[in-house]
Design a protein around this ligand. Structure first.
Ligand code: MN
Length: 232
């Protein structure tokens, strides 16, 4: 057994409905602009050829139900409600038809974003890390095993701030569906159990302020909740 100079980081994980054991997080991939109406509100064209990705550090993981301080370095912190899928079997160069077998579970997620810093980076053609890889910005509700959710499409995906509906769409509105995403990402990565994919957000993104309570859901999945506190 190796010894380490410092305490090792704790393993990040997400609860699974009906299981005592947690789903351990290896990597967090995020899909950009995967709903046409959201791409339009961001002022950009949708790329229907292939998805594109950015990542968040596993240490950005935060359990649904948490309260966080308003984050550092932003004046425009945005919510993004997303369908999340998690990988359950190794997947490398899989076809769209093979992809479903690799998905262990689905859940609700929030891809919290420093929108001011993301847009500034975009304008300068710089990476999005300061905007997207924010501490406590990958919020996950407990997962539901894939077989329990059934066919994807008709489910509503929605988010409210202080009870007011801000995002309201259906999973059929995804430009690249979950199978296409897994197949495409497996061209670039050896996907393994522990890999988490946030599939993109519908239209209606917007800012939160200290004191706001975010709630969201996808039909058939466990709901998600996040409260924004005063800044540090
Ligand atoms: Mn997103």
């Amino acid at each position: 057994m190796s010894s380490y100079l410092f305490d090792t980081p704790e393993i990040q994980s997400i609860p699974v409905k009906g299981e005592d054991a947690q789903y351990p997080i290896n990597r967090i991939f995020c899909v950009g602009r995967n709903y046409a109406a959201h791409a339009a509100e961001m002022g950009v064209e949708v790329d229907r050829e292939a998805p594109f990705y950015f990542t968040k550090s596993p240490s950005a993981n935060l359990a649904s139900g948490s309260t966080i301080p308003y984050p550092l370095g932003t004046e425009n912190y945005h919510y993004e409600m997303e369908l999340v899928l998690v990988i359950g079997k190794p997947a490398f160069r899989v076809s769209v038809a093979e992809a479903g077998d690799k998905i262990y579970a689905y859940g609700c997620g929030l891809d919290m974003t420093r929108r001011d810093l993301q847009l500034a980076a975009r304008a300068k053609q710089r990476p999005w890390d300061l905007g997207k890889d924010v501490e406590d910005s990958a919020v996950f509700a407990p997962l539901t095993k894939a077989a329990e959710l059934g066919e994807l499409g008709a489910q509503r995906i929605h988010l409210e701030v202080n009870g007011e509906v801000k995002q309201d769409a259906h999973l059929r509105d995804l430009i690249h569906n979950v199978y296409e995403i897994v197949a495409d990402l497996s061209k670039y990565y050896h996907l393994v159990p522990g890999d988490v994919i946030m599939t993109g957000t519908p239209a209606g993104v917007g800012p939160v302020v200290a004191g706001d309570k975010i709630t969201g859901g996808v039909d058939g999945l466990e709901p998600i909740e996040l409260t924004i506190g005063a800044p540090e």
